[in-house]
Write a protein that binds this ligand. Structure first.
Ligand SMILES: NC(=O)c1ccc[n+]([C@@H]2O[C@H](COP(=O)([O-])OP(=O)(O)OC[C@H]3O[C@@H](n4cnc5c(N)ncnc54)[C@H](OP(=O)(O)O)[C@@H]3O)[C@@H](O)[C@H]2O)c1
Length: 220
């Protein structure tokens, strides 16, 4: 697949490493420009690009920047993407440590990914948000392995969700369908599934046990 990755930090860097290793054609962007991504490009064979070019012709785009940076992404980001492009959002809202108050989430009650989708003008599939970046490198397992981790995946576009779930399987993880973007609070920070390193049964149970109340740690 042709994949664009926006954000080359902990998650974006490790997804670049694994997706290139699997043979995908990866373009990667950060805020400082492609000249700052030469080491990652040499290591992985990914193509460093400007943010505005990251989605060009892409079948799949990963948005993996701090939430506070989402409004800075260029408008029309997906105009040149392939028809039906699937967009993964890995984001989490950390109001106290990083992002400041985001009114759309706290006052309007949007889910974190619902807010991101509105900001970028494209629906998203929420995935990897509760996955430690290092696990992307260290924890892939073949299908059927007893210690294979499962990741919750939420989204409104069923076709995009299928593409994302198939890719996560290729990366070495099971997935659990966590419902729509409106349901995706069940995998936000502070929920039982967030950071859980378990298989599909435990992930399903943790999603069911989530409380819709946002805990004080995750309010501005
Ligand atoms: N770290 C984890 O284990 C983990 C796990 C699951 C989910 N997450 C979530 O995933 C998201 C990314 O986390 P991370 O830890 O990978 O972040 P990170 O290490 O801080 O990296 C952020 C990346 O986003 C880029 N960026 C910032 N503003 C940008 C902009 N306006 N345009 C393009 N690129 C921009 C940065 O580029 P520059 O360096 O050039 O500024 C950097 O490459 C966050 O929402 C985080 O909460 C993180």
């Amino acid at each position: 697949m042709k994949i664009g990755i926006i954000g080359a930090g902990n998650i974006g860097g490790n997804l670049t490493r694994r997706l290139t290793a699997l043979g995908h054609d990866v373009s990667v962007a950060n805020s400082r420009g492609p000249h700052t991504l030469t080491a990652l490009a040499e290591e992985t064979g990914a193509t460093p690009v400007e943010v505005g070019d990251a989605a060009r012709d892409a079948d799949l785009v990963v948005v993996t920047v701090p939430l506070k940076a989402v409004p800075d992404l260029p408008s029309g980001l997906f105009d040149g993407a392939a028809d039906g492009v699937a967009v993964i959002d890995t984001g989490n809202y950390y109001p106290q440590q990083r992002d400041g108050k985001i009114a759309g989430i706290e006052d309007e009650g949007l889910t974190e990914s619902g807010w991101t989708a509105r900001q970028i003008g494209h629906t998203v599939v929420k995935a990897f948000n509760g996955t430690y970046a290092q696990d992307i490198l260290d924890r892939p397992r073949p299908a059927g392995a007893p210690d294979r981790m499962a990741l919750p995946v939420a989204g409104d576009d069923e076709a995009a969700k299928r593409v994302v779930r198939a890719l996560i399987d290729e990366l070495g993880f099971d997935t659990v369908d966590a419902g729509s973007l409106a349901d995706s609070w069940r995998q936000q920070p502070g929920t039982p599934v967030y950071g859980l390193q378990e298989g599909a049964d435990a992930v399903t149970k943790a999603l069911a046990e989530a409380s819709p109340e946002r805990s004080a740690d995750f309010r501005a």
